[in-house]
Design a protein around this ligand. Structure first.
Ligand code: PSU
Ligand code: MN
Length: 305
């Protein structure tokens, strides 16, 4: 047995050794989800928000054959401007490590790395899900299966409205993934607070979410929880405003034959252009909001453990 290919940032290592709260953060949102320099600025603000709420942030990425659990400010800056970065999920993380390439971790890959590092909570923007037309394309994000396998609580603003949300909720139910909306009955849809669909479960505090996380481990259930945290009201783009924009972007993706890993980055970029930056401003606010909740859950898990 050789050691795990993990490198910890010093503050993350210290926090984990002392059983203090840590929040994992993904890197695909930096390299493929937002343009430079907003991606860097957001990543820095998200880390600061986690700290301000009592936890240590651990941004995760693959570099030089190692999984980095926490990035130095210099590494974060380099990643935000790097070209030729792989977007890695469960399928390609080992290959990326073996080839010594730079890899940005999606929700699925970040969950795998967080679990290896002993981190229970992870904050992102929105998870991947079942794409519209999946009955023909079979495009279903590996994020969903990962939620059913890997014991990490993932805080997201629901699933992106570019997806087929009813089918995404159906698949999550089939896979046995608890989907918990915070403080409301509706399942949120990323840029909008209400998808028009009910969330399967509702909780009103970080303490309840932490208790459910620990309970799953106690009764031996693998897999994580999806916490659907609605975007703050002041930052939301209402459903009737964003829906036609999404339809346009989807039609363009279809006409241009965009497929596989390119679909999500393409749609996010087009929606950014079509809303003249409004979608990005919302995206940044919802990620900050998720960082705050994830920190509160991590604090509660440490307290209750
Ligand atoms: N959330 C965002 N922006 C993003 C993503 C999530 O606000 O760019 C990324 C995540 O890394 C997620 C991925 O895992 O998009 C989903 O990609 P796909 O649909 O190809 O599985
Ligand atoms: Mn996909």
């Amino acid at each position: 047995m050789t050691a795990l290919p993990l490198i910890y940032a010093p503050d993350v290592r210290l926090a984990l050794e002392n059983r203090q709260p840590v929040v994992a953060l993904e890197s695909t949102i930096i390299t493929h989800g937002m343009p430079y320099p907003q991606n860097l600025e957001t990543a820095q603000r998200v880390e600061a928000e986690v700290r301000a709420h009592g936890a240590v942030p651990a941004t995760i990425a693959v570099m030089n054959g190692q999984i980095h659990i926490g990035l130095t400010p210099e590494a974060l800056e380099a990643l935000a401007q790097a070209k030729d970065v792989m977007k890695i999920s469960r399928a390609d993380i080992a290959a990326c490590l073996a080839m010594g390439r730079v890899g940005a971790t999606t929700v699925a890959a970040t969950m795998i790395c967080a679990a290896l590092a002993g981190i229970s909570v992870f904050a992102t923007g929105g998870i991947g899900g079942v794409h519209r037309g999946a009955e023909l394309s079979f495009d279903i994000s590996a994020d969903l299966r990962e939620l059913s396998e890997t014991r990490v609580t993932v805080v997201a603003a629901g699933a992106k409205a570019i997806l087929d949300l009813p089918k995404t909720l159906e698949v999550l139910e089939t896979l046995g993934v608890p989907v918990i909306a915070l403080g409301q009955n509706a399942f949120p849809a990323f840029w909008s607070r209400d998808s028009g669909l009910p969330a399967p479960l509702r909780m009103d505090s970080a303490a309840e979410i932490a208790a459910a996380h620990l309970m799953r481990a106690r009764i031996g259930l693998p897999g994580g929880q999806l916490i659907a945290n609605p975007i703050p009201a002041a930052a939301e783009i209402p459903r009737d405003v964003i829906t036609p924009v999404i339809e346009t972007a989807l039609a363009e993706a279809e006409a241009q034959g965009i497929a596989a890993k390119e679909v999500t980055p393409f749609l996010l970029q087009r929606i950014f252009e079509l809303t003249e930056g409004a979608s990005l401003a919302s995206n940044i606010e919802l990620v900050l909001n998720n960082a705050r909740l994830a920190a509160a859950i991590a604090v509660e898990i440490t307290r209750q453990r």
